[in-house]
Design a protein around this ligand. Structure first.
Ligand SMILES: Nc1nc2c(ncn2[C@@H]2O[C@H](COP(=O)(O)OP(=O)(O)OP(=O)(O)O)[C@@H](O)[C@H]2O)c(=O)[nH]1
Ligand SMILES: [Mg+2]
Length: 222
């Protein structure tokens, strides 16, 4: 999918190293409502960018978290999930994950375990949530308990992309958690990347510091 996509600016994942860029991915079986949920959340600012060659849609959104403006890319697949597995570049640098199932189809709930295992292979620590979609079709389901994720302490939401129940709440909370994670990664690789980014900044500041050093040393040179 996006593995060798360096020439497509939208798929240049280096951008996610910048402080104000966040990537949130969506996982779940086909037809559970992943795309409809994003469309419902974004509504009027809805501007998906379809990258059909890569079976991928990026939904772009800007949000204010704390006092910071953050650009969020929501990654949505078109079809790859039918193979029950995603390309590693889908997970690459993701800061949060929304896992969706359809309350009307038990199998989509059962399959969450597989999606979760794959997610953790690539992104062991990123915040993630479980979303039970399509509750408008039968409100009684909200009385049932879906325990997947309870043990891992993963937040759970009953939502409906059709009538909008809980959609904004769920996305806002996930955006905040993604930004918090980015600022404070608990994943070893992310910590290393963060260190490298800081190191880069220090390097850039370097010449100025040297100049100061030279000035103070210059009397000795004379
Ligand atoms: N009743 C109801 N139907 C929904 C809801 N969300 C999505 N649907 C329907 O479910 C079908 C699949 O929705 P999509 O958003 O295309 O699902 P998807 O997960 O993106 O599917 P793929 O792109 O094939 O993986 C569509 O016919 C939607 O209209 C919902 O909240 N309630
Ligand atoms: Mg879709």
């Amino acid at each position: 999918m996006a593995g060798d996509a360096g020439s497509i600016p939208e798929l240049d994942q280096k951008k996610y190293d910048a402080g104000e860029q966040v990537k949130i991915i969506c996982l779940g079986d086909s037809a559970v409502g992943k795309s409809k949920l994003m469309e419902r959340f974004l509504m009027d600012e809805y501007r998906p960018q379809q990258l059909s060659t890569y079976a991928l849609t990026l939904y772009k959104h800007t949000a204010t978290v704390g006092n910071k403006t953050v650009a969020i890319d929501f990654w949505d697949t078109a079809g790859q999930e039918r193979f029950q597995s995603m390309h590693p570049s889908y997970y690459h640098k993701a800061h949060a994950c929304i896992m969706v199932f359809d309350v009307q189809r038990k199998i989509t709930y059962k399959n969450l375990a597989n999606w979760y295992t794959e997610l953790r292979e690539f992104r062991p620590e990123i915040p993630c949530c479980v979303v039970a979609n399509k509750i408008d079709a039968d409100l009684k389901v909200t009385q049932r308990s879906f325990n997947f994720g309870k043990k891992q302490g993963i937040p759970f939401y009953f939502v409906s992309a059709a009538d909008g129940t809980n959609v904004v709440k769920m996305f806002r909370e996930m955006i905040t958690r993604a930004v918090e994670y980015k600022q404070n990664p608990s994943d070893f690789m992310d910590e290393v990347l963060q260190e490298l980014e800081n190191f880069d900044l220090e390097e850039k500041e370097g010449p100025e510091a040297d100049e100061v050093g030279l000035k103070t040393e210059s009397p000795e040179l004379e």
